[in-house]
Design a binder for this molecule. Structure first.
Ligand code: PEP
Ligand code: MG
Length: 583
């Protein structure tokens, strides 16, 4: 058994066999064989090894003739390793003594050897030998499993996916019925991969650090997405703990269900608006079911990911109408225009340009302003949908007034075209800007004059304020919404509502985290837009606090000097408001 910790990004617990998602992703169906099958299994293993050796020698010859002997020698080394009696003995011992299948034994032994080489302080030479062992593993598995090698699309039974990294669009394609959890070596708290996991309600842990060499396909694992605990080959006691964690999570969920029909008001009667964040049209119904009073953030870029061509105006119009159909009449739908780029790009077409710092580059609104057909197609679809509900437009990644005004001019062009064509739209669609770049937070009062509402995107605001990549586990300690500099910027933006009456919303992950709810209320926030799954929890904190109490929490938190002090203080305060609450 081996226990690892990572960053919990989507709650829930799961136990099941592992599916290693890498470039080859062989799926090992059964770990165990019957005692009577040992001889035939070893026969299968030897045949596969002979075929793998022959294949390596063919590659050696063809590579040598094309690129030279030096390169061909890599494959000769593969063949020699595959013929190494020590390797074969070890694999056969697992089949004979432990009754493991040949495929599982090959995977287990080669990964153990690879890890031993990596741990051995031999530098780059040893690391490349270790990579050779992974190649060899895949070579033998290909011959053992042949037609049975599978990708995610071919899953038929529940698994837990593990990978070095998952892109947001790969994550968006996971089927929650079959992928009961996922765990990645890389990744940060506010990455879009994490956001999608929460949207799909798949328990997930990211940023665990290297573990793939410790795990083989088919190994059993436990994933605790609430605490970020990941156990490989759990013993009986760990399984027992898993069962009790599963029960307590289920009863926690039931308790939260009871929040659904209760109003979002503070203990002293102040109304708070709770909206949902969605990435896919079908989530709207789910958000409403969880108690959302509208959609405060629809991330439309997910219509563009995982497909070969950009969606047409008609396809987008239909998607927006589908969302509106699932919402009670009169509830707002805030459609955010395309926020493509950085980690959100189509893996088939890749990023649009090659940049050294894509997060600081041509992404989001900047991309739209340089690609007017793309932008205008989406704006047309939004405006047409505005005839069918309370549609509002939200512009992402605005850094200042110039960009904002450019966007408004383009929108005017679009509405003039629609008018000329006789296409109906609501000419009073409210327009808002995201505040997610420090420069926008600093000039928020000026920006407010040109828009109907503001929405603070804390995910990016934290990243850009602290210069800490939201997807990078190595700076995860730095990346914190509790940081005093971040809090001061947020306070500055929330003051816009007090000073101008223009509504300010927080749609970044911060407002969905129970620990920040009293703080944000006390700082003046009255509109939270959160992932559907978090709505009941946020409502529970709102209902447990009074506004005067929340103001005291905010005053004290804003006086603290470090993110750790702020987080610890907010945790204590949340426990005080909700005794027994696990944070
Ligand atoms: C944000 O940055 O907080 C936000 C809501 O946008 P996204 O997470 O899609 O970047
Ligand atoms: Mg953002």
């Amino acid at each position: 058994m081996m226990t690892r910790r990572g960053i919990p990004v989507s709650p829930g617990v799961a136990l099941g066999p592992v599916f290693i998602l890498d470039s080859t992703s062989f799926r090992i169906h059964s770990r165990k064989i019957r005692a009577g099958d040992v001889d035939s299994e070893i026969e299968r293993l030897r045949t596969a090894l002979v075929a793998a050796v022959a294949e390596a020698r063919v590659e050696q010859q063809s590579v040598s003739s094309q690129l030279g002997k030096h390169y061909g020698a890599i494959f000769e080394a593969h063949a020699l390793l595959l013929e190494d009696p020590a390797l074969l003995d070890e694999i056969e011992r697992h089949v004979r003594d432990d009754l493991f299948s040949a495929a599982y034994s090959v995977s287990k032994v080669s990964r153990r050897f690879a890890k031993a080489l990596l741990d051995f302080k031999g530098g780059a030479a040893m690391a490349s030998r270790s990579a050779d062992l992974h190649d060899i593993e895949n070579r033998v598995l290909k011959h053992l499993l042949g037609a049975h090698s599978e990708g995610l699309k071919d899953l038929h039974e529940p698994v837990i996916v593990v990978a070095h990294e998952l892109t947001p669009s790969q994550t968006a394609q996971l089927n929650p019925k079959l992928v009961h959890a996922f765990v990645t070596e890389a990744g940060g708290r506010a990455s879009h991969t994490a956001i999608i996991a929460a949207a799909l309600e798949i328990p997930a842990i990211v940023g665990v650090g290297p573990f793939l060499s410790d795990i083989s396909s088919g190994d059993e694992v436990v994933v605790d997405g609430m605490h970020g605990i990941f156990i490989i080959n759990p013993d009986d006691e760990a399984r027992h703990r898993f069962e009790s964690a599963r029960h307590s999570y289920a009863s926690f969920e039931r308790e939260l269900d009871e929040m659904r029909d209760l109003p979002a008001v503070t203990k002293d009667g102040h109304k708070v608006t709770l909206l949902g964040n969605i990435e896919f049209p079908h989530e709207a119904a789910h958000a409403i079911e969880r108690g959302a009073e509208g959609i405060g953030l629809y991330r439309t870029e997910f219509l563009y990911l995982s497909r070969d061509e950009d969606p047409t105006e008609e396809e987008q119009f239909e998607a927006f109408c589908r969302v509106l159909q699932d919402m009670p009449p009169g509830t707002p739908l805030v459609i955010r225009t395309l926020d493509l780029g950085a980690d959100k790009f189509n893996p088939r077409s890749g990023p649009t340009v090659d940049e050294q710092n894509p997060v600081l580059g041509l992404r989001s609104i900047r991309l739209c302003l340089q690609n007017l057909p793309l932008f205008k197609t989406q704006l047309r679809a939004i405006m047409r949908a505005s005839m069918f509900g309370d549609v509002r437009i939200l512009l992402p990644m605005i850094s200042g007034l110039r960009e904002l005004r450019q966007c408004k001019l383009i929108l005017r062009d679009v509405t003039e075209d629609l008018e000329e064509e006789g296409v109906a739209f609501n000419s009073a669609v409210p327009i808002g800007t995201m505040i997610e770049i420090p420069s926008a937070a600093i000039v928020a009062h000026q920006l407010a004059r040109d828009v109907d509402f503001l929405s603070i995107g804390t995910n990016d605001l934290v990243q850009y304020t602290l210069a800490a990549d939201r997807t990078n586990e190595h700076v995860a300690e730095l990346y914190s919404a509790s940081d005093p500099a971040v809090l001061q910027l947020i306070q500055r933006v929330l003051d816009v509502e007090r000073d101008t009456g223009k509504p300010v919303n927080v749609c970044g992950a911060m407002s969905g985290e129970p620990v920040y709810v009293a703080l944000l209320l006390g700082m003046g926030l009255r509109q939270f837009s959160v992932p559907p799954h978090n709505i009941p929890e946020v409502k529970r904190v709102i209902r447990a606090t009074t506004l005067s109490d929340a103001k005291e929490v905010a005053t004290r938190a804003l006086q603290l000097e470090t993110a750790t002090e702020v987080t610890n203080y907010l945790r204590d305060q949340t426990r005080r408001l909700l005794p027994g609450y696990e944070i």
